[in-house]
Structure formats: structure tokens, C-alpha cells
Design a protein around this ligand. Structure first.
Ligand code: PEP
Length: 263
């Protein structure tokens, strides 16, 4: 695939951490930290994915202080509205100026029995409401042993993209399940190999133009000390960061990967 200008996306998935007051303080501190470090807005897109209950507060702050962060949610309903207690519609997220929504995180697949078909339906629901789905795929340690690294994520992505319009705006996150929260990240070469295979799936399902412009993130124990080595890989366009996104100085250092010594 040729060289294209894909703006790197560094996305912080807070999972079920930080209430709305803590969220406001954290986003403010992240903004000041990046501003003090002379972070150049626009060179890297910063995405923040707080719990649902924080979204309104964070949106208000981002709006009032003109903070250049994109807001995202961690899940979305397949339904638009109705008798679905506890569910959140993509329409509601769009009203909160969410740009992104994480779909099919391995924790949703494992603890909420989300199948590839549910992930595909949620991807369509997100797009219907003008949200950019961040489609998470990745193999477990058992999958890795049995099928190698790429087979499961490739199959998961194929189902999620099947039948979408070639112009669909999506982000893909390759997150080996064994690397999430384990402190044991994939090697940059492992990440590159799978991300290249995923880009090929995008080409087959949505065409070459979509494959060239779609960002593919790596996720799994990303830290300030390893981000630069992932970002050097041609098919890695950013990171989905869990634990390290909760520590402002660490997340700010990840966002500023271009400034790291030895990049
Ligand atoms: C995640 O949950 O998406 C993730 C990548 O977590 P961590 O960075 O903590 O491994």
C-alpha cells in the first residue's frame, strides 16, 4: 500500500474509571500539560473515551475551553431508541458531539458476549448516526497458539466491514487480547504484520482508497517507552491506550511520541 497522510490517532480508553468530576480535572490537566509542552495541535489527533456518565461534562469543558480533543464513547446500542433498558443510542452520542465510539472491545466480547455479528450491527449503528466506529479486533493467547496472530482478527474485521459503503469512515484497532493490561505488548513487527493483514481486508471489503485512508491502531500495554517503536511501523497509525491513558503525564508523553529521544 502506498504512503498516505493518515493523521495519527492516540486514543485513551478510560474503561470504567474516573467519575465526571475526575474526568473534568483529568482532561483539563492533559490539556495544560500538552499546551505547556508546546504540543502542536493537528499533528496528532487526541481521542478521549470516558464512561457514558462523564460525556456531557467533558463535552462542555472541551467546548468552553476550545480543547482540541475528540470525544468518544466506549459502546453503542444496535437500536436507535425504545424499550432497551440501560442501552445508549448512537443518536444520543452524536448529540453530545462524540466523534468516535469503540465497538467490540475484547472486554465487551468476553464479558458481554458480543459476537462478530453484534459488532457488525453496532458498527452499522454508529455509522448511521454519524459516529466513527473504532472497531476492535484481536486474538486471545489460545487463538495465537492455535491459528497464529492474524487469522482471528482478520475474520473479525471481515465480518464487521461486510456490506459497508466504500466511503464508510472507520478506525480499526488491533488489540491482541493477551497484550491488554498485561504489561506484555506485542513487538512492533508483530503489530505491523497483523495491521498489514487488516489493511488488506479493508482493501478487499471496501476498496483500495478506503484501505489507504483508514487508520489502524495498535493497542495492548502501550506506554511512553514503547509508543515510538510502534509508530515507526508503516501500517500502525496510532494507539488505543488503556491503563496508561489514566495517568496524565504518561498519556501526554504517548501523544508526544514524535518528540521522543531516539524516534
Ligand atoms: C485497552 O483496553 O484497549 C488497552 C489497550 O489496555 P492497556 O493499554 O491497559 O493494555
Amino acid at each position: 500500500m502506498g504512503v498516505t497522510a493518515r493523521t495519527p490517532l492516540i486514543a485513551g480508553n478510560w474503561k470504567m474509571n474516573l467519575d465526571h468530576l475526575q474526568a473534568v480535572a483529568t482532561v483539563q490537566k492533559l490539556h495544560w500539560t500538552l499546551r505547556d509542552a508546546k504540543f502542536e495541535d493537528g499533528s496528532v489527533e487526541v481521542g478521549i473515551f470516558p464512561p457514558f456518565t462523564d460525556l456531557r461534562s467533558v463535552q462542555t469543558l472541551i467546548d468552553a475551553d476550545k480543547i482540541p480533543f475528540a470525544l468518544g464513547a466506549q459502546d453503542v446500542s444496535v437500536h436507535d431508541s425504545g424499550a432497551y433498558t440501560g442501552e445508549i443510542s448512537g443518536a444520543f452520542l452524536a448529540k453530545l458531539q462524540c466523534r468516535y465510539v469503540i465497538i467490540g472491545h475484547s472486554e465487551r466480547r468476553e464479558y458481554h458476549a458480543e459476537t462478530d455479528e453484534v459488532v457488525a450491527a453496532k458498527t452499522k449503528a454508529a455509522l448511521k448516526h454519524g459516529l466513527v466506529p473504532v472497531i476492535c479486533v484481536g486474538e486471545t493467547a489460545a487463538d495465537l497458539e492455535e491459528h497464529g496472530a492474524a487469522a482471528v482478527p482478520v475474520g473479525q474485521l471481515r465480518t464487521a466491514l461486510s456490506g459497508l459503503d466504500a466511503k464508510a469512515d472507520v478506525v480499526v484497532a488491533y488489540e491482541p487480547v493477551w497484550a491488554i493490561g498485561s504489561g506484555q505488548a506485542a513487538t512492533p513487527q508483530q503489530a505491523q504484520d497483523v495491521c498489514a493483514a487488516l489493511r488488506q481486508v479493508i482493501a478487499e471489503e471496501l476498496g483500495d482508497e478506503a484501505a489507504a485512508r483508514t487508520r489502524i491502531l495498535y493497542g495492548g500495554s502501550v506506554k511512553s517507552g514503547n509508543i515510538a517503536s510502534f509508530m515507526r511501523e508503516p501500517d500502525v497509525d496510532g494507539a488505543l491506550v488503556g491503563g496508561a491513558s489514566l495517568v496524565v503525564d504518561e498519556f501526554a508523553a504517548i501523544v508526544r511520541f514524535q518528540n521522543h529521544v531516539g524516534v
